[in-house]
Design a protein around this ligand. Structure first.
Ligand SMILES: NC(=O)c1ccc[n+]([C@@H]2O[C@H](COP(=O)([O-])OP(=O)(O)OC[C@H]3O[C@@H](n4cnc5c(N)ncnc54)[C@H](OP(=O)(O)O)[C@@H]3O)[C@@H](O)[C@H]2O)c1
Length: 328
């Protein structure tokens, strides 16, 4: 059975006298640094020298160069974009590593795909929040916490679990719960959701908008019904509370009949084939290699894909409708 950890499973005392270095102060680094400090953990923030240092200063930290915090820290949390981690690790972190350092990643990606290969004398763990950075902070403050996946990459000292769980507790994750999983499986799951679910969702929404607009429905009503009303947010929020079946059963009887009687039409799409192929690319490392090459070349394909997306009329309709809704 899978292990799921809660507050009672962790002891904040194991962090006493230890300094946690946060490398990167972006969407996730900022809330994590603030949560840890509010849980009375000693935190140092390591950043390159640009305007992000002002955010850290506004929050009361004294940001320093990444290389300068490493010798003072016992734990190093990598809060950098996935594609950036290998070069920062190789050039700045790796030469300064000492026996007993604990390296913690926000997902399993770089360790699992071998882009980062820590020496055997350090501990390696993962705390991967299952929500966005903003919610990591708000759910810490409101006391509900957030789900995360936790796992160990290597355990040189024999103390990695206790430190990792204490960190997860201090971040606020154990109030909701942390699920144990290997770094490789976490990386694969994360990529699968990004590549097999979100593109399908995007495709369904943009296709539905195109069909309805072509049939002459009022544009503002279409975009509001599909996207801006937040109806899907409410639906998924209900699913997160009580499961997908319960969310479906909370629809009206007309809605339930509509869902279940039309479901078989979508089975004919044979999504399994697309999903199997996507998962295979992820598991083989082909996607990770492709993404590393894309980063090395300066994101040429991503730039042209984003430019193509921006051409869709739907986005200007979204903006216009949002402005109209807010003006009333
Ligand atoms: N975003 C989320 O909600 C979320 C949720 C769960 C997990 N994660 C994971 O958390 C990690 C961090 O993601 P993020 O969204 O927080 O990233 P992000 O917002 O893009 O923040 C990146 C931080 O890294 C710094 N950085 C970028 N390039 C750098 C470079 N070449 N050298 C040194 N520093 C550099 C940035 O500094 P500057 O500001 O100076 O550019 C910024 O402080 C990733 O592993 C991600 O998968 C994120």
């Amino acid at each position: 059975m899978t292990n799921i950890y809660h507050e009672k499973d962790a002891n904040l005392g194991v962090l006493s006298g230890k300094i946690v270095g946060i490398i990167g102060y972006g969407n996730l680094g900022r809330p994590i640094a603030n949560n840890l400090r509010d849980s009375r953990v000693s935190v140092l923030v390591g950043l390159r020298d640009d305007e992000t240092r002002d955010h850290a200063r506004e929050d009361g930290f004294e940001p320093r160069d990444i290389k300068d915090i490493i010798p003072r820290c016992h734990v190093l949390l990598f809060m950098l974009p996935d594609e950036v981690v290998p070069e920062v690790y190789l050039e700045t972190v790796s030469p300064a590593l000492q026996r007993g350092h604990l390296l913690v990643f926000a997902n399993g990606y770089n360790f699992a795909y071998g882009f980062v290969e820590p020496p055997p004398f350090v501990d390696v763990g993962m705390i991967a929040p299952r929500t966005i950075g903003a919610a990591v902070r708000t759910r810490y403050l409101d006391g509900t916490g957030f789900f995360s996946f936790v796992g160990i990459g290597q355990d040189a000292t024999g103390t990695t679990w206790e430190s990792l769980l204490a960190l997860a507790k201090a971040m606020g994750s154990l109030r909701a719960g942390a699920i144990e999983i290997g770094l490789e499986q976490e990386a694969q799951l994360d990529l699968f959701v990004q590549q097999a679910i979100l593109p399908a969702f995007h495709h369904v929404m943009t296709t539905a908008a195109r069909v309805l607009l072509e049939q002459g429905y009022p544009p503002e009503a279409v975009v509001t019904d599909l996207i801006l009303s937040g109806e899907f947010t409410d639906y998924l929020a209900r699913a997160a509370q009580g499961g997908l079946l319960q969310a479906m059963r909370m629809s009206s009887l007309t809605g339930q009949y509509g869902i279940f009687s039309r479901l078989p039409r979508f089975r004919d799409l044979k999504l399994e084939g697309i999903m199997d192929a996507t998962l295979e690319e992820i598991r083989s490392g082909d996607f990770a290699t492709e993404w590393a090459r894309e980063y090395e070349n300066g994101y040429p394909r991503l730039d042209s894909l984003l430019r193509a997306q921006e051409q869709l009329d739907l986005w200007s309709l979204e903006r216009r409708t949002l402005e109209m809704l807010r003006n009333q």
